[in-house]
Design a protein around this ligand. Structure first.
Ligand SMILES: [Zn+2]
Length: 392
């Protein structure tokens, strides 16, 4: 009897230690912050593709992937050069899956690491665009490599170059992949994930493009259950070719694109590391990790299907427009236009199906909302506060 008790105690202690060992590999907010601060610092000069700052960023990313224990993702090389005359290189790192069969299938997770560099003597640090996305690539790579349990499929961690020149890095990869394209069964993309849409919606995150795969919808749905952020599905057609996920979608590869959308410092010299909301970035990183564990797990292989309509979409967009109306001072004309748009979206949300004309109307409404943000004056605290580059 007593022996049995001791045996139980020992096995309990053993289990506790094992659990504690697992604790080590969790996403850490401090590491995310460190990556963003480094990559957006003046030393990396805005990470323009092919420029010295871009090359330094490349080395920084490779060093961390190597330390995390990943393998080079292009044979023995960590990089895939863009074809001439393009400048730059994608960074690719592989985490092989555990299952002898399923490990042939690859989930690609990526974020672009390039930004605008230095223009007119001014540094564009690109903290949210997209140092934050790269930080999540590096942190999920570290954590997944440290605890590979359940990862049947392989994961390719990608940092795309030349996104700002027109999604060129990811296009080069999708057109000339470093492995047979049919082995790529899903892609997870991230951009603009550490701030709030129009600086107005702190708890919202968009999951774009999932309408093409039920398996991806399920994976994101399960991952969202433990996420305090409100994860809103939006059809890829509503935003168009605005980020790297588009190249995968074009080749009919199931995708999800996580983004909080544009914010006030978008493509400005004020996109600085201290403006990132790190607790939110941490939640996005956890969501991406869970989504990857689900997709790379032993479940069904994701398959692409046509499809453009999410049942919640119109309702969610109406909520966002109502939020803008409630929180932003505006002229009567703009208020009148937005109120009309809300009414239109509410009507769509009650319809079972949307026609192509309805989708076009929604595309226009989303486009106008973004355009309005783009041409809004920056808030007073931004003026004259931008980061001037020091001569080094
Ligand atoms: Zn970007």
């Amino acid at each position: 009897m007593k022996h049995k008790f001791i045996l139980k105690l020992v096995s309990f202690l053993f289990l506790a230690t094992a659990l504690e060992a697992q604790e080590i590999s969790k996403i850490e907010i401090q590491r995310l912050r460190e990556h963003v601060e480094q990559l957006a610092s003046p030393g990396f000069a805005g990470r323009n593709n092919g420029a010295p700052g871009g090359l330094r960023a490349r080395q920084y990313i490779i060093d961390h992937l190597r330390t995390a224990g990943l393998k080079p993702g292009n044979g023995t090389r960590w990089t895939q050069n863009l074809p001439a005359p393009l400048r730059g290189a994608n960074i690719l790192a592989l985490l092989p899956g555990n299952d002898p069969e399923l490990s042939r299938e690859v989930i690609v997770v990526g974020a672009h690491y390039d930004h605008l560099g230095i223009r007119g003597g001014r540094l564009y640090p690109g903290a949210n665009d997209n140092a934050a996305g790269v930080a999540v690539v590096l942190e999920t790579a570290r954590v997944l490599a440290a605890s590979k349990k359940g990862l049947a499929r392989s994961i390719l961690f990608a940092s795309w170059d030349a996104e700002e020149d027109g999604l060129l890095g990811s296009a080069a990869f999708v057109e000339m992949p470093t492995l047979p394209r049919e082995r790529i069964v899903a892609a997870v993309d991230m951009d603009l994930i550490g701030r709030d849409f129009l600086d107005l919606f702190p708890d919202k995150l968009f999951a774009i493009g999932t309408e093409h795969s039920d398996r991806v919808v399920e994976a994101v749905g399960r991952a969202s259950q433990n996420c305090p952020l409100e994860v809103i599905p939006i059809g890829a057609d509503l935003i168009g070719p605005r980020c790297d996920f588009w190249n995968f979608r074009r080749r009919k590869i199931p995708v999800v694109f996580f983004t909080s959308g544009e914010h006030h410092d978008y493509h400005r010299t004020t996109d600085l590391p201290d403006r990132i909301r790190y607790p939110k970035l941490l939640e996005v990183a956890r969501l991406v990790e869970s989504t990857l564990r689900d997709l790379a797990g032993p479940g069904k292989t994701p398959r692409y299907r046509p499809g453009t309509y999410h049942p919640r979409e119109a309702d969610e967009l109406a909520k966002i427009l109502r939020g803008i109306l409630a929180q932003t001072p505006m002229e009567w004309f703009e208020r009148w236009t937005l109120t009309g748009a809300v009414a239109r979206l509410e009507r769509f949300s009650r319809q079972d199906r949307l026609s192509e004309a309805d989708r076009m109307t929604m595309r226009v409404l989303v486009g106008l909302t973004l355009l309005r943000q783009r041409y809004r004056d920056p808030p007073p605290q931004d003026q004259g506060k931008s980061h001037k580059t020091r001569r080094r």
